[in-house]
Ligand binder design. Structure first.
Ligand code: HEC
Length: 149
């Protein structure tokens, strides 16, 4: 069960993982400053380095991380912040662009590089580039993601 601030606390293999569930967008709270795991700098919120995402596969990762801001159909949202649509987004044409954003963040989007493996980043990037009316079939691999770190 997620708390009001979208913070998901659970035990996994004896380790306590604290994870912001990226639902702030849905709750209209905006990205920055809405969860205690974020750093104070509102220009690029950070997720705690100690957290990690256990989800595997593009669909699961999208739902766990991206959907809270970019929405279930990739349509994006405008509210407390501006969450660009990933649906039919020509800027996904180069796989390096979304991969870099996921690794390093971008303005109001947090960096996820420390919480995701190269395979997880590749999977979620390949997912968004082949769903939501995007049809880019040149998949990115884990080795390519590694070079962008
Ligand atoms: C906490 C909210 C949040 C989450 C979670 C999030 N994003 Fe974002 N994302 C943003 C915001 C805000 C921007 C706009 C950044 C800017 O350019 O100012 C953005 C921008 C992007 C862009 C650039 C879009 C463009 O048209 O230039 C891509 C690609 C992207 N996100 C992919 C993802 C993926 C993939 C995930 C999941 C791994 C994800 N995002 C998770 C908030 C989020």
């Amino acid at each position: 069960m997620r708390g009001v601030l979208g913070v998901d606390v659970r035990m996994h293999k004896g380790t306590l993982y604290l994870r912001r569930a990226a639902t702030a967008g849905l709750l209209g709270l905006g990205c920055a400053g809405s969860a205690p795991l974020y750093a104070a700098d509102p220009t690029q919120p950070q997720i705690s380095e100690g957290s990690a995402f256990e989800e595997q596969g593009g669909a699961q990762l999208y739902q766990a991380i991206c959907q809270g801001c970019h929405m279930s159909e990739g349509q994006g949202a405008i509210g407390a912040g501006m969450y660009p649509a990933l649906r039919q987004n020509p800027r996904l044409g180069s796989a390096a662009y979304p991969a870099y954003n996921v690794l390093h963040g971008r303005n109001g989007m947090p960096a996820f590089g420390k919480q995701l493996s190269d395979v997880q980043v590749a999977d979620v990037v390949n997912y968004v580039r082949t769903h939501f009316d995007n049809h880019f079939t040149d998949a990115i691999g884990a080795a390519d993601v590694s070079k962008l770190r």
